[in-house]
Design a protein around this ligand. Structure first.
Ligand code: PBG
Ligand code: ZN
Length: 326
């Protein structure tokens, strides 16, 4: 017991020594619009998809731990062809943002996930061109801008387009500005790599309504891990389009990308621990194969060391607790 305590203190110091502060943490939450029982997620131990009512206590906990920022992922009751719930003023994300801003005001900074793949029947991040299999980039971009605007109107502080469509930042920025939301910031997923590490997330967000969700192939718009030049070009482009911060995702396999962005662009950067990274650490730890706290700390501090300014992670609450132990 005593050793355990001591180890936690040392881990807290380690986090501190790479410069990690609670203000760098962004805690993801899943809010769902279906069923009334909270459910836990088999391949993401300790992560729950909560109902709108439950968000109040969830955010109270997060604020009490000293975390001041969350990212909201919405799980709508129904999907349809065009993902219309994504853009509804009464969609799950819009309702959650409105409620939390009323209850907590500026005590919590709210980032919203802006995409359509949780809302449409295909599970793709884009709308399709007629009957063929190609994503209609421009129509998707218009829809993403409409979604982002409804999030801003509800009170979101930052909108985070994660669809990887070309020109999404320019279009969202001008739509927000035109409607008087100049202060709403854009956190752009510029370097979202095509990856099977998103599969635990998809089993939460996709499995109930999309039969072949396991074979969803997003490689035509998400970027390849094998092409660092393409990655740099995407990032540079989003910066030029007016992003306030960019995301690299997954995180721990892309430390080189994080430090490249810091060095080359000197631009604010968020690293996102994805569901598969979380599941790997949790499952091994739950089998007593690795030490959970040590691995959380090693991976999160590596992101900070590489140059991440913000860390979006399912580990945020644990990391905040460890920072308190030092
Ligand atoms: C979809 C989306 C994904 C994640 C967040 N938003 C996965 C995907 O591209 O299918 C993954 C998050 C995670 O794995 O934690 N826009
Ligand atoms: Zn998507």
């Amino acid at each position: 017991m005593q050793n355990g305590q001591l180890a936690k203190r040392e881990l807290g110091w380690l986090l501190n020594s790479v410069g990690l502060k609670k203000k760098h943490l962004v805690c993801p939450i899943f809010v769902r619009d279906r069923g009334n029982k909270q459910y836990h997620i088999a391949n993401m131990p300790d992560v729950a998809a909560i109902t709108l009512e439950k968000t109040t206590t969830q955010i109270q906990d997060i604020i009490e731990l000293g975390i001041s920022s969350i990212m909201i992922f919405g799980l709508p009751a129904e999907r349809d062809d065009v993902g219309s719930q994504a853009v509804s003023q009464n969609g799950i994300v819009q309702n959650t943002v409105r409620k939390l801003k009323m209850e907590f005001g500026d005590a919590i900074s709210i980032v919203t996930d802006v995409c359509i793949c949780q809302y449409n029947l295909s599970g793709h991040c884009g709308l399709f061109e007629g009957k063929n299999d190609l994503v209609d980039n421009d129509r998707t971009v218009r829809m993403l801008s409409d979604i982002a605007l409804t999030h801003a109107q509800a009170g979101a502080d930052l909108v985070a387009p994660s669809a990887m469509m070309d020109g999404q930042v320019t279009s969202i920025r001008s739509s927000l500005d035109e409607h008087g939301y100049k202060k709403t910031k854009i956190l752009s997923y510029s370097a979202k790599h095509f990856s099977s590490l998103y599969s635990p997330f998809r089993s939460i967000a996709f499995s109930k309504q999309i039969r072949d969700y396991k074979s969803l192939d997003k490689s035509s718009y998400q970027i390849s891990y094998s092409n660092l030049r393409d990655c740099a070009r995407k990032i540079e482009n989003d910066i030029r389009e007016g992003a306030d911060m960019i995301v690299v995702k997954p995180s721990i396999m892309y430390l080189d990308v994080i430090s490249m962005v810091k060095e080359k662009f000197g631009f604010p950067i968020a690293a996102q621990t994805v569901s598969g990274e979380y599941a790997m650490i949790k499952s091994a730890a739950n089998n007593n194969w690795i030490n959970e706290n040590e691995w959380k700390v090693t991976s999160i501090s590596a992101l900070k060391r590489a140059g991440a300014d913000s860390i979006i992670s399912y580990f945020c609450k644990d990391i905040a607790r460890l920072l308190d132990c030092r």
